[in-house]
Design a protein around this ligand. Structure first.
Ligand code: PLP
Length: 371
């Protein structure tokens, strides 16, 4: 049996009629740029995330970019971020002419540890970006304490619905950045993103920056860009929003079931290491990432059998060619470098069926000589 890594058609099928009516509503209004759908989505998203303000933007990448612009990050500044994350976390820093300062990760939660902030901060550090990787909150109490007065921008792209000690991600740092890339916990029908904050002054600035930096029509105190969320995306996201909690629950159920299945298959003797849902971190399992020693061989084996899997991420950011000028070399950040060689994401999407999970585990057991 083939098992997809992600099958969004299963999420769409029961919502199809409602979503198509929603799209019709926007088409009938012919209001495609900002307007009532975006405003309503921003209010609903802010309520769901427990923040004062939510600003819809064009992607998760632009959410990070515009947040850093609002903080005034630019040439000469340093921003501390984990080396093991999606490219955008560091790309936005470099695009502003600032220096991404790559940190190693915690071996258990894959996130930025407070000790790295302490090790890497300098007088030039302008901000810190913890990433709630794979859907689990970073240790925000420790991160905020280590950052002190430095602004903390949460990269919550993968973690809608996660919380640290009951506090939703995106509202603990000075700002949070979310992505609505279709594979995320809350996915749009294309690109989209959100910046969250409890600071109304910052929210105003973010709204100006996403609109070419204008404070009034054609009046530009600063240079911004076109970082707007489309009304069509906002309308689709509004339709999906009430379902996200149930989808996240289903991801958690699938994760718990994997633990039972891998245990029953005798694979928890070190053959396969499962992701840890740490106490008080609200793991949402946007990705279910196992660790194995012969990762590349297992990946090939699963793909040959039609079992979806993927490597997030094969190369840490400090070793990416485009960041060579920042002087990173192999061996600098060993925890992340080791993870890059061992991680493998397997299917965990909410609609995944029991039999499909059994198939995935059976295939990994067969590969490991336990079949
Ligand atoms: C950790 C992280 N940050 C930022 C982004 C960027 O989001 P987007 O793809 O919406 O630009 C992503 C998306 O994949 C991500 O996973």
């Amino acid at each position: 049996m083939a098992v997809p890594l992600l099958d969004l058609t299963r999420q769409y099928a029961p919502l199809r009629d409602t979503i198509r009516e929603t799209i019709d509503r926007v088409c009938d209004s012919q209001r495609f740029i900002l307007g009532p759908e975006v405003e309503a989505f921003e209010k609903e998203a802010a309520a769901a995330l427990g923040v004062a303000e939510a600003v819809g933007v064009s992607s998760g990448t632009d959410a990070l970019l515009v947040a850093l612009m609002a903080l005034g990050v630019g040439p000469g500044d340093e921003v501390i971020l984990p080396t093991f994350t999606f490219f955008a976390t560091a790309g936005v820093v470099a695009r502003l002419g600032a220096r991404p300062v790559f940190a190693d990760i915690d071996p258990v939660d894959f996130c930025l540890p407070a000790s790295e902030i302490e090790r890497l901060r300098t007088s030039r550090t302008k901000a810190v970006i913890p990433v709630h990787l794979f859907g689990q909150s970073a240790d925000m109490a420790a991160v905020l304490e280590a950052a002190g007065e430095l602004p903390v921008l949460e990269d919550a792209a993968q973690a809608w619905g996660a919380a640290f000690d009951g506090q939703p991600v995106g509202g603990m740092g000075i700002m949070g950045a979310f992505s609505f890339f279709p594979s995320k916990n809350l996915g749009g029908f294309g690109d989209g993103g959100l910046v969250t904050t409890n600071d109304t002054g910052l929210a105003r600035r973010l709204r100006e920056l996403r609109m070419h930096g204008q404070s009034g029509t054609y009046h530009h105190p600063t240079v911004g860009g076109n970082f707007r969320l489309d009304a069509l995306q906002a309308a689709v996201l509004r339709t999906k929003l009430p379902h996200v909690a149930a989808w996240v629950d289903a991801r958690r159920r699938n994760a718990a079931r994997y633990r039972e299945l891998f245990g029953a298959a005798g694979l928890l003797d070190g053959t396969v290491r499962l992701p840890e849902a740490l106490e008080g971190r609200g793991h949402t399992f946007n990705q279910y990432v196992i660790r194995v020693e012969r990762r590349d061989a297992l990946r090939e084996y699963l793909l040959e059998r039609g079992i979806g899997c993927a490597v997030y991420y094969p190369l840490p950011l400090h070793l990416q060619p485009c960041f060579a000028d920042f002087g990173g070399t192999a061996g600098d950040l060993p925890v992340a470098e080791t993870a890059c060689g061992e991680v493998l994401a397997i299917p965990v999407f909410p609609e995944l069926e029991d039999a499909e999970q059994e198939e995935v585990v059976a295939a990994i057991a067969a590969f490991s000589g336990r079949g």
